[in-house]
Write a protein that binds this ligand. Structure first.
Ligand code: NAD
Length: 479
């Protein structure tokens, strides 16, 4: 047997190769034509561009990509990443994960992903705006963006602001399109966004973990029991996804968040961190270090080694590797980030009896609510606007009837709760919860039906491949 260090040094960290291996493992258990499997796995198109941006009297050249992994459903859909570590293989792999993710949660999109190789933290807001608008113009020029073609969303290093710039640039370059706002999702609510989108990936992670905890017999195999109340959680990443997972699991499920880390280190407190205080501290100081409510963790990966019941990697890929896997002390890895666990580490965790809820399922909340935003933009009306008042009138009649029949009066507070019709965010969260529940059950049933699949990740890939294959077979292939 190789030593941990030697095996780690030899580990292939190329995300495209990793996703391909995960695909092959599931495909090997499936009875589908070889050519069809090859087509599903391939990345159909990649646009690579170098573009100049002028800052004052100097020019800087940026490298950008947009990959369309599969167009079996249109539009294609996927985030845009701003990071110095972006490569073409990474973008292709993330686009592939999007295809499988959409299939798993029954969102009718193909997979796409984009990125620009730069660190936005090293640029001013005006400079990031210029880079974003220029990149969008390149996508428009090559037909890699549009409500029926390819619809970006936020990812690592991007958020609502970038999406608003993208929407505005698209509109300016293709004037007169009534559906322009549907060219990108994750926009601010005041710019055609949808309530609940910013929190959606974190919400989806919460719903996915909750669902896993409903299947007690499954959990027992991994040494887990009871509910979420009091469970110790460690989270790598305190950005959009990590922050919301921490907030929801602590405030709504009674979990104890014992450690949180980001790019510059982390903080640990076995009695639980106060997430609101930590978030305020981070906003004030720009980092987690020195937070008075906990003890500092020096390195960005130290948080992964904190003893916990649930470990949530919510930063970036290749974080749990053969190098650190043996020091990881958790019962469950809930993959909020894309590709956080290398295949070698994945195998080791499975052998050790650690439950892994895979990324292609668990972080699908973002794209699910992006789908709701896209349909909202196409219908040009906010969810709930037509029915909310009517719903309240019907509820009022029902309460009055109950009062008449029983001869008792419903207290004011209860009445208010009973009468309240659903707002947009209620509808979004209920649609998201239903999608995450159904998808988990489908993956679980696939695993129970075919034990050769072995784990939830392979089962999730099998579910996705089955759905994409069905779509290809029903459509045929254009000559
Ligand atoms: P973000 O930019 O808002 O936050 C990223 C966090 O990771 C920050 O706290 C940052 O400090 C930390 N980080 C960055 N590099 C790190 C490193 N080397 N070591 C440790 N921490 C590091 O990004 P996000 O939107 O929260 O995305 C996080 C992950 O979730 C990514 O893998 C992304 O692909 C995935 N994801 C995001 C969405 C979404 O809707 N935003 C949807 C699906 C999946």
């Amino acid at each position: 047997m190789q030593t941990g260090t030697r095996a780690a040094a030899q580990e292939d960290l190329n995300l495209w190769n990793i996703v391909s291996r995960q695909f092959d493992r599931a495909a090997a258990t499936m009875d589908l034509p070889e050519g069809l499997l090859r087509q599903i796995k391939a990345c159909n198109a990649v646009y690579y561009v170098q573009f100049p941006v002028r800052f004052g009297d100097r020019y800087e050249i940026f490298e950008g990509w947009r990959a369309e992994h599969s167009q079996h459903r249109k539009p294609t859909k996927g985030g845009i990443r701003y990071s110095e570590m972006v490569t073409q293989d990474e973008i292709m792999a993330l686009a592939a994960l999007m295809t499988y993710k959409c299939a798993i949660v029954d969102v009718p999109f193909g997979g796409s992903k984009g990125g620009i190789c730069f660190n936005p933290k090293k640029y001013t807001r005006d400079q990031v705006e210029k880079i974003t608008r220029r990149y969008t113009a390149e996508l428009v020029r090559k037909n890699f963006i549009g409500p029926g073609i390819n619809v970006p969303a936020p990812d690592l290093g991007t958020g609502e602001q970038e999406m608003a710039w993208i929407a505005d640039t698209f509109e300016a370059l293709t004037p007169g399109h009534v559906d322009s706002l549907a060219s990108v999702t994750g926009k601010p609510v005041t710019q055609g966004g949808i309530r609940g989108r910013k929190e959606a990936t974190g919400r989806g992670v919460q719903y996915g973990i909750r669902e896993a905890f409903k299947h007690k017999a499954d959990l027992k195999k991994f040494g887990l029991s009871g509910g979420l109340e009091g469970k110790r959680v460690a989270i790598q990443g305190f950005g959009n996804v990590g922050y919301h997972v921490a907030k929801f699991l602590s405030e709504e499920d009674g979990c104890r968040i014992v450690a949180i880390g980001d790019v510059a280190g982390g903080v640990i407190n076995r009695d639980g961190l106060n997430i609101n205080h930590l978030s305020e501290y981070r906003d004030m100081t720009g980092g987690l270090k020195g937070f008075p409510g906990g003890k500092d963790l020096p390195g960005p990966r130290d948080v992964l080694e904190a003893e916990c019941d649930i470990l949530v990697p919510a930063a970036l890929e290749n974080q749990i590797t053969l190098e650190n896997v043996d020091r990881i002390r958790t019962k469950m890895v809930a993959e909020a980030a894309n590709g956080p666990t290398t295949p070698g580490a994945d195998e080791r965790l499975n052998q050790r009896g650690v439950m892994i809820i895979p990324d292609i399922y668990l972080n699908a909340g973002g794209v699910t609510v992006s789908y709701f935003e896209w349909t909202k933009n196409l219908s040009h009306i906010r969810y709930g606007r037509m029915e909310k008042r009517l719903d309240e009138i019907y509820r009022d009649r029902l309460v009055q009837t109950i009062e008449q029949v029983t001869g008792r009066t419903v207290a004011d507070k209860q009445r208010r709760e009973l009468l309240k019709g659903a707002d947009e965010v209620d509808l979004v969260n209920s649609g998201l919860e239903g999608s995450m529940q159904n998808a988990y059950r489908e993956i679980r049933e696939a695993l129970l039906a075919d034990p050769r699949l072995g784990d939830l990740r392979t089962a999730a890939f099998a579910v996705a491949i089955t759905k994409v294959a069905r779509s290809y077979m029903e459509l045929g292939v254009f000559p």
